[in-house]
Structure formats: C-alpha cells, structure tokens
Design a protein. Structure first.
Lengths: 338, 238
C-alpha cells in the first residue's frame, strides 16, 4: 500500500471512478467521473486493466506527496503542474518519488482535471464503487491534510508515456438525440434551440450545468406531465424555459420536460466547458445516435494503441546537466589499435 | 389527469434505454399498467425500473441492439390490454409515524379545498402505494391521494426541506430521504429514512409496497428518531 498525502487541496476535490451502474430503479444515478474519458485516458497511460479511482479536481489541485514511488498522470482539464519545479505535461506519465512534492495549480482549460496514480485510490467502497456521490451522502469533499491509500505501482520504473488527448476543452458542438419529451416542444422551438448559441453559466456542478443564452425561453406543452426518468445528458428546461443539462450525479426522476439527450461521446465536452465557453447543440437522429454509441472497453482499447513513449524537448528539462547525455564515446583510434 | 386512456408509447431514453410510457400524466390506471408491465418485462434481460406512468428498460448495446429490445417490448405490449387494470396486491404493508405539522399544511389543505383537520384524517386514513423510487436514492413517490389532491407544485421552489419531510403535490406524497430543495408543499415530518447507506439493504422500500401513515405528536416523533427505522415497521402480506 502506498500513502498519498494531500498537504493542501483546493475546494471540490473528490474521489471518482466509473460509478455505480444499475441502481437507477432505486433512485441512485450512476455517478462517477464527470469526464469519464479522462479516466479511460489515464487507464491507457498507466496500464490499468480498467479505470481505477482517481482524484477529480474541480478546477484546481493542491500539493501532494507519496511514501513510495508511483507513476501518475493528469488528464481531463489542462492544469499547471510541477514535481519539484519540473513541469508535468498534460496526459503524460510522470514518476513521483517519496520526498518529492507534486503541485497542481489551476486549470488552464477545462473544468475537471483528474490526478490518477498507477495503483488507483483505495478506500471506502460502496455498491462496487469508490466514487463520492454527494447527493446521496456518499463520500465527501477531500480536505487538506487527508491521507489516501493507493495501490502500489507495479512498475514505477516503466518508461514515460504520452497520449494526445481527445479534443474536448473550450466548448463546441454537442450532439443531441431525441428523447421521450422532445415532441412536446414545437418544431419552431426546436429549430430555434438548435440554432442558438449558448454559454456555460456560472452555475454548474456534478449534478448538472446551466446554460445562458440571448432570447425567449424554450417553452413546451407540458402541463400535468408526470415525473419521469432522467438520463445523463438530458437537456432539461426548468420552469423559466432555460436549459440545464444533467450530469453524472443528477437526480434520477424529474418533472421538467427535456428537449433531448446529449450523446455519451459528447458529455466530456459538456462537463469540461468553463464559464462563458460557447456551446451549440446539433440534432442527430435516433439511428445516428445509436450508431455513435461505443463501449467504454472499446474506447480504452483504442486509447491504448494511441499511447506513445515520451520524447522530451531538452529545453524543457531544467536539470539537463544531471543526465548523462553522451555515453560510449570513443577516441577514434580504437580500430587502429587492435 | 382528465385523460385516463392508456396508450403505451415506446420511446428512446439515451443510447442504452427504451422507455415505455403508458400515459403522460399520473393516474391510478397508468400506475397499475406500469406495475403489471414492469413485472412481465423482468424476463426481457434488461434492467427494469418503474416510474409513475412509465417503465424504463436499460440494455447493453454491446450485447443487443435497440431494435431487438423494442421488438420484445412490443411483443409484450401486444399480448394484453393495458387499460382498466387494477394494482397487483401489495407484498408489504408499512406503518410509518408522521407529525403532521408541516409549515404548508394549511396552504395545501386550502388548495385541496379541505379543512386542516380533515386533511390530517385523510393523510392518515388510508393506504398509499410506493409508485417509484427516484430523484434521490431510495426516495419514494407515493400515490394516489383522492382527486381533490390534484394540486399543482409551487412555482417558486422552497429552498430547503429537511430529511424526513413529507410533501404533497399532484395526488402524490414524497418522503424526502435527504435535505432538499423542492417545489412540493411540506405537510409533515417522519423519523423514517427509507435510505440507509450502511445497511445491508440500503433501499428499504420497493415499488408496490403499501404504506399507512400514523399521526404522532412532535415530541413522540423526536423520541422515535433513535428507534430502528424511526419507529416505522412493516408486515409481509401475501
């Protein structure tokens, strides 16, 4: 067991893994990482068979040490990070040795960064997952001074690896499939919705993201509607006709109408949008949405193939002279002397 | 609520879900169809979850396509008439103590056209069924109260009701498992928490369970807070 110490930690840091599927009938949403792709990327980089629990950093990190050498990576949001002053790149594996301090600063792009260690975060498991699910009173925000158990890194000396992250930071286009209440919105309202430019509003958390826009509310014919199931990615129009898109830790049933569902592949882009980032919705048919579905095991297999050894630019290595850069040098007359 | 016709619709909910909606608004008839269909759909190899007027089937698209699930669902739907069904008998009857001293009891009673006294008698006078678990873990939607309880939700949300709050709207009661924001009116409080995280079975209620509320005083309720299940108890019927 390796100990990870959180000497200082920003607000909003929780332990997250891939969540607890299968409890929707009991009122418990799957939960898990807001950006699931980030944990799949980390698993590919760190050689995990399936994604392990990691720290979800909601926009800022902290100061961390370990008591045994362990490789880690930061995926999801692009965050400034250093180990003893040496810069840590986005989506690359780095070795953290005992005595060294990993500092993770604020996000330069994106909303949720993930600090994953090779052996994963251990600790309290409930219904097969270690994810904090604050709405259900499961887990909590981590505090400065906390210590977490990690699985030992089976191969701390493994060569450093990098991965070109899937582009998803800074907003963009989200594909939307029809849902059970789509038809309650008139054609005109739907056309206007898909033609509108939205900005991520300041109100956002693991439950959902509010969107701002200019123009009239998106109204629907939903008087007397029964409360019904919610799916992650559902675009709910609250009482004032403004969109609120539901994320990992949403409620499971709700009474507000939903104009459609953001497909799973585009949820990381939604979760990573920062305040003010521009988001647009693009309508896809049910058939198109189903064709775009991809099993997470397949995504992971694809990411594993894309992982490559890290080649560092010497200019990024501050202690270049510490390395033996030339070896096996010869005088040039060895052959003649034989 | 006036349209009682049961016309099942088969709809997509996300890339791995098929929703069978029996009606757009709540009614005892829709809930009876939901209960019957949910029981029969257990054999379809999906995760089945009932709500108030719909049943959600979650499938694994890596194992089977939507077309296959929809075909199986339509086969079940075509096999019987879904209108005018009665609720299947309850498996369990719960007796749950409540203090009917909610801050909006009088307001809710007025909207229902009843005196406060009659309201208290009515809320504790009959059995009500768990129609769905949802919103928060283990949280029951209970129905149905008589037609005069078809009162709307508030337009403004109440920023906070405590865990154990009993709230009312649209012929239903909800018993909050955690502190929450809500648009429903709070009529009472219970010491029963149907979600116990560390219990072997954390979700105590099941759809179809019957409940009977028993009125207690605020002082009695406080004393019940330390009791197992907050003083609630159940018997297995059938």
């Amino acid at each position: 067991m390796t100990r990870l110490t959180l000497h200082e930690v920003a607000p909003g840091v929780t332990v997250q893994d891939m969540g607890r599927p299968g409890w929707g009938a009991k009122g418990l949403a799957r939960g898990g990482a807001a950006d699931r792709l980030a944990l799949l990327e980390a698993a590919a980089l760190l050689g995990q068979r399936a994604p392990c629990a990691a720290l979800e950093l909601a926009g800022a990190g902290g100061r961390f040490t370990v008591d045994a050498p362990t490789r880690f990576c930061i995926t999801g949001a692009r965050m400034k990070a250093t180990v003893e002053g040496r810069p840590v790149g986005h989506c690359e594996t780095v070795l953290l040795a005992p005595g060294e301090v990993l500092r993770v600063g604020g996000a330069e792009a994106g909303s949720y960064g993930y600090l994953s260690c090779a052996g994963g975060v251990f600790g309290d498991e409930w219904l097969g997952s270690r994810s904090a699910h604050l709405l259900a009173g499961i887990g909590k925000f981590l505090e400065s001074g906390a210590e977490l158990a990690l699985g030992d890194d089976p191969e701390p000396e493994a060569r450093a690896l990098v991965l070109e992250p899937v582009d998803r930071l800074g907003g963009g286009v989200l594909r939307v499939m029809p849902g059970p209440q789509t038809e309650l919105f008139s054609d005109a309202v739907r056309v206007r919705f898909f033609g509108t430019e939205f900005q991520r509003a300041p109100q956002a958390n693991r439950q959902g993201v509010k969107l701002d826009f200019e123009g009239a509310p998106f109204e629907s014919d939903t008087g007397g509607l029964a409360s019904d199931f919610i799916e992650t990615g559902d675009i709910q129009m609250t009482g004032d006709g403004r969109p609120y898109v539901l994320l990992a830790e949403s409620q499971t049933v709700g009474g507000y109408p939903r104009i459609g569902t953001v497909i799973a592949a585009d949820l990381p882009r939604l979760a990573q949008a920062q305040v003010g980032d521009v988001l647009r919705f693009q309508s896809v048919t049910l058939e198109e949405a189903d064709a775009l579905w991809e099993a997470e095991a397949d995504v992971l297999a694809r990411l594993r193939k894309a992982v490559a050894p890290r080649v560092r630019d010497p200019r990024d290595i501050p202690d270049l002279l510490r390395y033996q850069l030339v070896s096996g040098a010869i005088k040039g007359d060895e052959l003649e002397r034989e | 609520m006036t349209d009682r016709a049961i016309r099942p619709e088969v709809l997509p909910l996300g890339q791995a879900g098929v929703l069978v909606r029996f009606a757009r608004s709540v009614s005892p008839e829709a809930s009876a169809a939901v209960a019957r269909f949910a029981a029969e759909a257990e054999g379809l190899g999906c995760d089945v979850a009932p709500a108030l007027a719909s049943v959600l089937l979650r499938f694994d698209p890596a194992q089977r396509g939507r077309a296959e699930v929809v075909e199986a669902v339509e086969g079940l739907l075509d096999a019987r008439e879904w209108s005018a069904l009665a609720d299947p008998p309850a498996q369990r009857l719960w007796r749950v103590p409540v203090a009917l001293d909610g801050p909006q009891l009088a307001e809710a009673a007025e909207l229902a056209g009843l005196s406060v006294e009659y309201t208290r008698a009515e809320l504790t006078g009959g059995e009500i069924r768990v129609r769905a678990l949802g919103f928060a873990p283990g949280m029951p939607y209970l129905g149905y109260l008589p037609e005069h309880w078809n009162i709307p939700r508030q337009t403004e949300l109440t920023s906070k009701v405590p865990a154990g709050a009993l709230v009312v709207a649209v012929r239903q009661l909800v018993l909050f498992t955690t502190e929450s924001k809500t648009g429903w009116r709070m009529v009472g409080r219970s010491s029963f928490r149907p979600f116990v995280k560390d219990a072997k079975e954390p979700f105590l209620l099941a759809p179809g369970d019957a409940l009977r509320f028993e009125e207690v005083s605020a002082a009695e309720l406080e004393a019940l807070e330390d009791q197992p299940l907050g003083g609630a108890r159940y018997e297995v019927l059938a």
